[in-house]
Design a protein. Structure first.
Length: 356
């Protein structure tokens, strides 16, 4: 075991901010109260999804909401997971991220994405990939020098400059979440933080295998120079729906209707786009719970499940989706508080990462 792969487990929050059935302003206010509590209770970061024209997201402009988060918190790190790079003029996104890093006092975590199926530019994943690669070059060049001189197929900048800079040098930590084994080699070789979704995997074995694959590639490239994200041990985590109640029965009673609404919000975008087959395998709450694709229960039950997953995967980061569907503000706050007080301390001990 190599010493540089010793890392304490940290805990973050992932949020689609999907439709709750309540007025959108009320849902925004509930999330801000949740994040004030998370800030007080020692969560590491808040990661906000970006989606468009779907019940799955009420925040098509992540930076707008994250600016409010920055003003309501003091320690909690924050960022989109992830910005859909092909949808932005790269120069504008560069400057907005610099603004957000300054407003938050250097707390931005910078997630990168080409977009999910149905959100690719012109529904063309190869074009989205090419635009992503060019946009990333432009953005990183701007972070590093403040000047952009770039000629590409999709973006051209001739001696452009910005006066805006991030607090964090050379730029905020990079994230690239993935559900594809093909992406892991590039992400790991560059030391980029990542997260694997339990919600998108057939079972946790696949998530564990991805995490071990990441650490093996990361170790193989440990001495490489010129990494895109070369500062410190990367965070390699998994994201999963979590709801904690005083008992298993109470937690399940609260989460069941909320998760059913979330599943509707998640799948209906594909039905509307004429691609219902993409999510035909999505199941109802009790099936997802029985197959260990969501974590719902008392603090003891949640500790046991997440502890097992951490041991099996070697992950050093747990990202919980605590607010989903129709969960009330009070239910969300109670779940986050129970998790912070009775789950996090038991799982936060330093772990050695297995690359076997």
């Amino acid at each position: 075991m190599t010493d540089h792969l010793r890392e304490p487990v940290r805990f973050g929050i992932f949020d689609w901010l999907d439709e709750s059935g309540r007025p959108q302003g009320d849902t925004y206010a509930e999330r801000l109260r949740m994040l004030e509590l998370a800030d007080q209770r020692g969560f590491y970061a808040y990661h906000l999804a970006e989606h468009h024209q779907t019940e799955l997201s009420t925040v098509p402009s992540p930076n707008l909401f994250l600016s409010a988060v920055a003003q309501r918190t003091r320690r909690l790190r924050l960022g989109a997971l992830s910005y859909i790079l092909p949808l932005y003029p790269p120069m504008r996104l560069l400057e907005e991220v610099c603004m957000l890093d300054q407003l938050s006092g250097g707390r931005v975590e910078l997630g990168l994405s080409r977009g999910s199926t149905g959100e690719h530019v012109e529904n063309d994943p190869e074009k989205a990939r090419a635009m992503f690669n060019e946009a990333l070059q432009v953005i990183l060049q701007g972070f590093l020098t403040g000047e952009i001189d770039f000629q590409g197929e999709y973006y051209t900048y001739e001696k452009q400059f910005t006066r805006l800079t991030p607090v964090q040098k050379p730029y905020p930590p990079l994230w690239y979440p993935t559900s594809s084994a093909d992406s892991i080699a590039w992400v790991a070789a560059n030391g980029i933080n990542t997260a694997f979704s339990v919600h998108l995997a057939p079972d946790f074995d696949r998530v564990a295998n991805f995490a071990r694959q990441y650490w093996a590639e990361y170790t193989r490239h440990a001495s490489d120079e010129g990494k895109l994200n070369g500062n410190g041990v990367p965070k390699v985590g998994f994201s999963v729906h979590i709801h904690v109640g005083e008992t298993d029965a109470k937690a399940q009673e609260q989460a069941r209707p909320a998760f059913e609404l979330f599943q509707h919000n998640y799948m209906y975008r594909m039905i509307r786009r004429g691609q219902p087959e993409r999510y035909e395998g999505r199941k109802h709450f009790d099936e997802e719970l029985a197959e260990n694709r969501i974590v719902v229960g008392s603090p003891a039950t949640v500790r046991e499940r997440l502890g097992d997953w951490l041991e099996r995967s070697g992950a050093n980061y747990v990202i919980g989706c605590f607010a989903f569907g129709s969960l009330t503000g009070e239910q969300i706050l109670s779940s986050v508080d129970l998790f912070a007080r009775e789950v996090m301390p038991a799982l936060a001990r330093t772990r050695e990462v297995s690359t076997a």
